[in-house]
Write a protein that binds this ligand. Sequence first.
Ligand code: HPA
Length: 278
Amino acid sequence: MSTLSSRLSEAQALVSSRRKSPPRVGVVLGSGLGAFGDTLSHLTKIPYIDIPHMPRSAVVGHAGNLCLGEIDGVSVACLQGRVHAYEGHDADTVTFGVRLLARLGVGAVLLTNAAGGIDASFAAGELMLICDHLNLTGKNPLIGPNDDALGPRFPDMSTAYDPALRAAAHAAARRAGITLREGVYAGLMGPTYETPAEVRMLRTLGADAVGMSTVPEVIALRHLGVRAGAVSCITNLAAGISPAPLDHSEVEATAKRTRDAFVALLTGWIVETARALG
Ligand code: HPA
């Protein structure tokens, strides 16, 4: 069995053979945002299937391409679609994409996702900058022997969502005239949506939104010392808050409706992030 490090090296070699210049900022495009990858200038699009060991998602709305290009002169690498633990993947597989971004040399990764709103003041269609998370998946991608060459055994998580990147997101939102809320994201395993009792529990625990991704990716990035930032599209009010049953088509429809604002925010955030990286 090959090591994670050697699998990453093989994936990195393929990407580097298709595009020489290293990206500065990595982006993970969640539900409904995939098309952003196609808007990059000087685009090099690499299907995941061409990249050794790169997993592909079976979830509707998640294309499988690595998009390399530029946004306003900043070189970026976008994961157009991610895999989730609820699809049956282990934590190394779920985090392979962001670890590859780190290998390609990005200084920061900006993640996006869809989430259910728990904060009573949230409305569907709002954007929430994640300031911290609750890992309620029962898993951690760092379980197992630690590769000290990659990162420490016990990584610090006190500023998992980088303060400078958070400031950059707020600056980008202000500039674009977009309302950006901020809150704590609870990461659960899924694939069921929560019960109303679970949502009440999450609120008591201090969660403002709930979703099924992002947490393992941010943990893996912090381990590698790569700065992380994340924004949720509140695609629905969490179970029990809204009287309507939850449905993935509602999540997709809201993500689609919010896409223009999300893309405007992301574009500005990439530029501000490049500035913050110096
Ligand atoms: N719960 C969990 N994950 C989600 C939700 C939700 O309500 N909406 C979008 N992703």
